[in-house]
Design a protein around this ligand. Structure first.
Ligand code: TPP
Ligand code: MG
Length: 347
């Protein structure tokens, strides 16, 4: 906390020191650390691979946002649903996707999670409740709403969480989805990843009320703002909202405040930004904050933290090796496969 630059604090009204929630086991904290380090390593390497032309399509980095996906997914059950965005690698890894299959998907290989046809922005893993990344800003909202409606009708106790950016909050479908979820008390959590930017547009240029969680009032539901650089703060808020949703209490709007540190997409050099602000943002690095807390609180030794980080980095290098050398290009005759959910090939 003390290390965070004063200059960025006005953008982070919710910032607070890390403190492990009561009841969270050491194993759970190790898992959180491992996943945050894995996401950091995954998206750092994806940038290199994209620049080198080994990864196709566009890629948006989740570096700096790791605490949000990991804190949120740790508070969900395995069979709960999530929907993602164009910036979805962190969500998919945090929900528990196989890292080798994910990397293979980004390489466009047949062994990938979606047989190499989805790539970064259309990755999905329905077996773990990850209903899909999407290139259309705001389009995860009605998908999460539909998943929550199905759970409600079936009474299966599953809830849905929709990750989305501040940019999507001015889309019509955002308002329609929250209104319907609220009116019908559906088991869904709407989690805004408010990083203050939509590409090069600052949130305050297009939105009068900067505390986006306050919009919840207009729908008659609860809204909370959390420190998006603080994995435990995100975890606590999502856990509470998940318990409420599961017990019939309806939706919650959570605004996780952070600041985008890297460019909008991997090759964005951010010429439109104050370079000092970018530098200052690194003082709130969520991975370093968690590592420091775990050592300073005596939860783990420095050696243990280093070991977990190394294991996560090694897993990403192994995944690159797998995708690069042990996977195949999709065969041409599979071009029309998997277009329809029932698997029929229509030519
Ligand atoms: C409906 C729609 N409008 C515009 C775009 C172009 N676009 C892609 S990402 C993006 C910004 C999204 O910002 P935000 O939702 O805050 O997410 P972030 O990139 O900050 O994580 C825009 C406008 C799009 N993909 N879809
Ligand atoms: Mg944004």
């Amino acid at each position: 906390m003390e290390k965070i630059c004063e200059s960025i604090k006005p953008l982070l009204p919710s910032i607070k020191p890390l403190k492990a929630p009561k009841g969270l086991t050491k194993q759970q904290m190790e898992d959180m650390l491992y996943k945050m380090c894995a996401i950091r390593a995954f998206d750092s390497r994806v940038r290199d691979l994209w620049m080198a032309g080994e990864i196709y399509g566009l890629a948006h980095s989740y570096v700096g946002a790791e605490a949000i996906a990991v804190g949120a997914c740790a508070a969900l059950n395995k069979d709960d649903y999530i929907t993602s965005t164009h910036r979805g690698h962190g969500h998919t890894l945090a929900k528990g996707a196989d890292v080798n299959k994910m990397m293979a998907e980004l390489f466009g290989k047949y062994e990938g999670l979606n047989r190499g046809k989805g790539g970064s922005m259309h990755i999905a893993d329905v077996d773990i409740g990850m209903l899909g990344a999407t290139g259309i800003v705001g389009s995860g909202m009605p998908i999460a709403l539909g998943a929550a409606l199905s759970s409600h009708i079936l009474g299966n106790g599953r809830i849905a969480l929709c990750f989305h950016g501040d940019g999507s909050t001015n889309q019509g479908v955002w308002h329609e989805s929250i209104n319907m979820a609220a009116a019908w008390d559906l088991p869904v959590i709407f989690l805004i990843e408010n990083n203050q930017y939509a590409i090069a547009t600052r949130m305050e240029w297009v939105t009068k009320e900067h505390d986006l969680y306050k919009r919840a009032i207009g729908y008659g539901i609860e809204g909370v703002q959390v420190d998006g650089f603080n994995v435990f703060d995100v975890y606590n808020a999502v856990k509470k909202a998940a318990d409420k949703a599961r017990s019939g209490g309806g939706p919650t709007l959570i605004e996780a405040r952070y600041i985008r540190i890297l460019g909008h997409f991997v090759a964005d050099d951010q010429v439109y930004r104050d370079q000092k602000e970018i530098e200052d943002c690194w003082t709130a690095d969520p991975v370093e904050r968690l590592k420091d807390y775990l050592v300073e609180s005596g939860t783990f030794t420095q050696e243990k933290v280093n070991e977990v980080e190394k294991a996560a980095k090694d897993a990403i290098e192994d995944a690159i090796n797998y995708a690069r050398h042990h996977c195949t290009e999709p065969p041409l005759e599979t071009l029309y496969d998997d277009i329809y959910a029932h698997g029929e090939v229509i030519r």
